[in-house]
Write a protein that binds this ligand. Structure first.
Ligand code: F6R
Length: 244
């Protein structure tokens, strides 16, 4: 794992957006997996702008969504689906065949997990995974206590995730379970970027980088990834012992 500290969220997001652009230029059929949420919002915006400006051809790339709230339909503005539609798919006119998101309304969620695992394997694995970190150390919906060996799975959401998660919804939502790629997918991804910005994430970032590697704090798995990059701004780096 490497830690990269940026002046602010703008420069951090520019660097993350460039990672996607550079990858797709080098490998047009790249597989990119991303989290939704507040953290990658600016990265998505800059990615869209740069793709248009540099006329990057995305026609052969594959986009995989990291997770979804079980029971929340895609048209709900708090869903991960809705986020990606608006932030990436619509502005860049990605075709449906390139996009793979969890159907959180599927009758058989186990099958839905198998489907996402299969897509990931068939595409040759994830080239670039971009994740955020929750206020309990979760990655995707890999909640505290989750196995590092899981592929896609359905999970009971942690209390913190349920409480914090309301920030995405205009009308309060019933959040109980999540459906998510697992930490085995993260370990097998060729490169992983964990992004965090702002003082509110400083404690989580410190535990991710300087804490014990434990499934009680899932983001600590980043320490084990040979091509894992924790990309943070100065505010999120505020509590680190070692900033070099
Ligand atoms: C969302 C996801 C979550 C978020 C995390 C941080 O798709 O995977 O793990 O990345 O909860 O959320 P924000 O970025 O809103 O602070």
């Amino acid at each position: 794992m490497q830690v990269k500290i940026y002046k602010d969220n703008q420069s951090l997001s520019e660097a993350a957006a460039n990672e996607i652009i550079d990858l797709v230029k080098k490998k047009p059929n790249a597989v990119v997996c991303m989290a939704s949420g507040d953290t990658p919002r600016l990265t998505c915006k800059l990615f869209v702008e740069k793709t248009k400006k540099e006329m990057v051809d995305l026609a052969h790339m594959t986009f995989i969504g990291l997770d979804e709230w079980v029971g929340i339909p895609p048209e709900n503005d708090g869903s991960c689906h809705y986020f990606f539609q608006n932030e990436i798919f619509k502005p860049l006119h990605l075709s449906l065949s390139q996009i793979h998101l969890f159907d959180a309304k599927a009758v058989n969620l186990e099958e839905e997990c198998k489907k996402m695992d299969k897509i990931t394997f068939e595409k040759g694995g994830i080239d670039l995974m971009i994740v955020g970190i929750g206020m309990n150390g979760h990655i995707g919906f890999n909640e505290p206590g989750v196995s590092f060996e899981n592929y896609a799975h359905v999970i009971d959401l942690d209390e913190t995730t349920v409480t914090v998660g309301q920030k995405y919804f205009k009308i309060p939502a019933t959040l109980q379970k999540g459906i998510t790629l697992g930490l085995k997918h993260l370990q097998e991804s060729k490169k992983v970027l964990l992004l965090a910005n702002g003082t509110k994430k400083a404690g989580m970032v410190k535990k991710t980088i300087e804490g014990e590697i434990t499934n009680a704090f899932p983001a600590s798995i980043m320490q084990m990834h040979p091509r894992g990059f924790v990309m943070i701004d100065e505010e999120a780096a505020g509590l680190l012992e070692n900033k070099n």
